[in-house]
Design a protein around this ligand. Structure first.
Ligand SMILES: [Fe+2]
Ligand SMILES: [Fe+2]
Length: 289
């Protein structure tokens, strides 16, 4: 384990210009820790970043939330949706802000990557909802973030990542195995490290770290299993692409944990198409800059 950590640190040292979350995001996260923060204080902090405020209103007024009336201000959004939801919306729009529309450097198809990530978020949310899991907002975000390490590799170590993708094509292996052989670390480790650096809630970095090995997770085991299954489900139905050429195998124990039978899968897939339509605002955000 220590060896793995050292290897991650070594790789991370090569990522010279570490991606950071927008300053407002950091400020908002810390304001939310303070119980005396009001919707008004938070609204003021958010509108100091006009682009962020515009994107929040776009998401809040999208079909994803489907409110019958238009929500016109950030303060109104906070009052209607609550602090936690707004926090997750800010985190979502910040992720797109940090990584969207960067120049493509090689073989990695960012557009299909975001489609895969959003699809995984949608599937995770649907399954979580079915299982009576309360934090649906966080479920979407857990799915959305699961492969964030890949985009970090593509952005900061493009030559190595190209080598990895070439290996995937030529040797018909999974990205995670190619990463191990080229770098000695995987996108799961890199992604979870970034999430820790960003100081976002620990359950996200945990889900990112274990989405390929759900049984190794010691906490948040259900959400880790849901993201694991959703990821593979999205690969199987070809919703976007995380860069793999073949579909990884589902871990049986993680699958059994979700207690889904065939008819449940059918209804999940049906709901998936509807929810993907509603989530088109995120596809839009992933392309905008
Ligand atoms: Fe992955
Ligand atoms: Fe994935």
């Amino acid at each position: 384990m220590d060896d793995d950590k050292n290897r991650v640190q070594e790789i991370v040292k090569r990522i010279t210009d570490l991606p950071t979350l927008p300053a407002v995001m950091m400020q908002v996260l810390s304001m939310m820790q303070d119980p005396s923060t009001t919707a008004n204080d938070l609204g003021k902090a958010i509108i100091s970043d006009q682009a962020l405020a515009t994107n929040i209103l776009k998401v809040v007024n999208s079909a994803y939330y489907g409110f019958p009336r238009k929500i016109n201000t950030i303060t109104q959004s906070i009052l209607i949706l609550g602090f936690d939801t707004i926090k997750n919306i800010i985190l979502t729009t910040s992720i797109f802000d940090v990584f969207s529309d960067k120049e493509e450097k090689g073989r990695f198809d960012r557009e299909r990557f975001w489609e895969h990530s959003i699809a995984c978020g949608v599937a995770t949310k649907i399954i979580a909802e079915r299982m009576g899991f309360v934090m649906q907002e966080e479920s979407f975000l857990s799915g959305l973030l699961h492969d964030i390490g890949k985009v970090v590799l593509d952005e900061f170590l493009p030559d190595d990542f190209n080598k990895i993708l070439k290996k995937v094509e030529e040797e018909n292996i999974l990205i995670i195995d190619a990463e191990r052989s080229v770098l000695g670390v995987t996108h799961a480790e890199i992604g979870s490290w970034i999430a820790e650096e960003w100081n976002i809630p620990h359950s996200f970095s945990h889900t990112i770290a274990y989405h390929h090995n759900p049984l190794l997770a010691k906490e948040d085991t259900i959400i880790v299993s849901i993201v694991h299954v959703s990821d593979i489900l999205c690969s199987a139905i070809g919703a976007g692409s995380g860069g793999n050429q073949k579909v990884p195998r589902i871990n049986t124990e993680a699958w059994l944990k979700l207690k889904l039978n065939m008819s449940a899968i059918e209804s999940i897939l049906k709901k998936f198409d509807e929810e993907m339509e509603k989530a088109s605002v995120f596809i839009e955000l992933s392309k905008s800059k």
